[in-house]
Ligand binder design. Structure first.
Ligand code: SF4
Length: 366
């Protein structure tokens, strides 16, 4: 296995380079390229070509390597399938939006949480990602943006302070971030200090790991918190999210409100709208009935939150169906009538399999 220079400290990198008979300043030049996310040595234009070739034989640059890159037809979404040094695979998604460039990163290879609608958990949990492996996903997206073949499209950020670099991060890819809390915290601290991404532009999404939320409260940074709720009663939630048997809705929301009250932030509630087929093949609404919209309203009434309704994005192995557009709007109308802030999440990159874990799973099937 080749050493990964990105993981070296400055003095380790300097030793590696001087041991090759090169002057010290080359180590500094290489460090600059690494901090920009250079995927290979050949991109390091101010390094002599013979040295680049030697380095290529001896080492690799980043802890993640692109093995597949899919771009949506509208140019707004790029999905990366990345390989780690031990050949585990993860996903990362770059979304070019009107408010900036957002990257959705993975925090684990696989996931142990077993949510019944999710592709990421089908192969189980392989391992936690290191802080460097999470950070390298953002740098990979940043490198892509700086070499962006879509840069002439009229979808660049609107006066964003980061001038077209990554401006927002959501930790909502493969894995449960609060099962890898310390590495996720280390990653966020680094994204804030090294890339100047503000706390309020970083969102951690959890299925409801209460001790993890408590740790975020203790940590004290005013990031955004999103809860993958997906059902408004314990009975229904436990059917599709096994974690609910351990941490019930009340305890999850209690910890979440304490977090958002502390930072005066709006809590994001993620709610995938699911249908199912009965034995005759007819579709019925599963968690998307008007009754469940009423129950969800009761749970959230008077609270500072935003409900993101997410139409189901098909995963072959999962036995759900997408409710009709009418059903989605009826659900939303009930929430709005009850005074709950709600939006329907725009589907991005459906042509490139944007559901969490789908690309990794498709690749593993081959
Ligand atoms: S939805 Fe999130 S927590 Fe649940 S199995 Fe998928 S990746 Fe894990």
């Amino acid at each position: 296995m080749k050493p990964i220079l990105f993981n070296f400290t400055d003095s380790e990198l300097e030793k590696f380079i001087t041991d090759m008979g090169q002057p010290k300043f080359r180590a500094k030049q290489i460090r600059e390229w690494l901090s920009r996310g250079a995927p290979d040595f050949m991109s390091m234009k101010n390094i002599p070509e013979n040295l680049r070739r030697d380095l290529d034989n001896m080492a690799q640059t980043m802890p993640v390597k692109i093995i597949k890159k899919l771009e949506s037809a509208d140019g707004e979404t790029t999905k990366f399938l990345l390989e780690l040094n031990d050949e585990e695979q993860i996903e990362c998604v770059l979304m070019r939006t009107t408010y900036g460039n957002s990257v959705c990163v993975s925090s684990q290879a696989g996931c142990a949480m077993g949510c019944k609608f999710c592709a990421s958990t089908l192969l189980g949990l392989k391992r936690n990602l290191t802080t460097n492996e999470i950070f390298a996903q953002v740098l990979t997206a940043q490198w892509e943006l700086r070499n962006d073949k879509f840069s002439d499209k009229p979808i660049r950020p609107n006066g964003d302070a980061n001038n077209g670099d990554v401006s927002h991060i959501v930790i909502m890819g493969t894995g449960e971030p609060l099962q890898n809390t310390e590495n996720v915290i280390g990653f966020i601290e680094r994204a804030n200090s090294d890339l100047n991404i503000g706390w309020r532009r970083i969102t951690v999404s959890t299925c409801g790991i209460v001790p993890g939320i408590e740790r975020l409260i203790e940590w004290g940074r005013p990031i955004n918190l999103a809860i993958s709720l997906h059902a408004p009663t314990d009975e229904l939630r436990s059917q599709i999210m096994p974690i609910n048997n351990k941490y019930k809705l009340d305890s999850v929301l209690d910890a979440a409100w304490r977090f958002t009250d502390l930072h005066n932030r709006q809590l994001m509630i993620e709610y995938i709208l699911l249908g199912r087929h009965d034995e005759n093949g007819d579709m019925f609404l599963y968690n998307a009935t008007p009754e469940y919209a009423e129950k969800l309203s009761e749970l959230l009434r008077g609270k500072n939150c935003m409900v993101n309704l997410i139409p189901w994005n098909a995963v072959d192995e999962r036995d759900f169906a997408a409710p009709s557009g009418n059903a989605v709007h009826r659900f939303q109308d009930t929430l709005i009538k009850n005074g709950i802030h709600t939006r329907i999440r725009r589907e991005r990159g459906t042509d490139i399999g944007s559901a969490c874990g789908q690309l990794r799973l498709n690749n593993a099937r081959k």
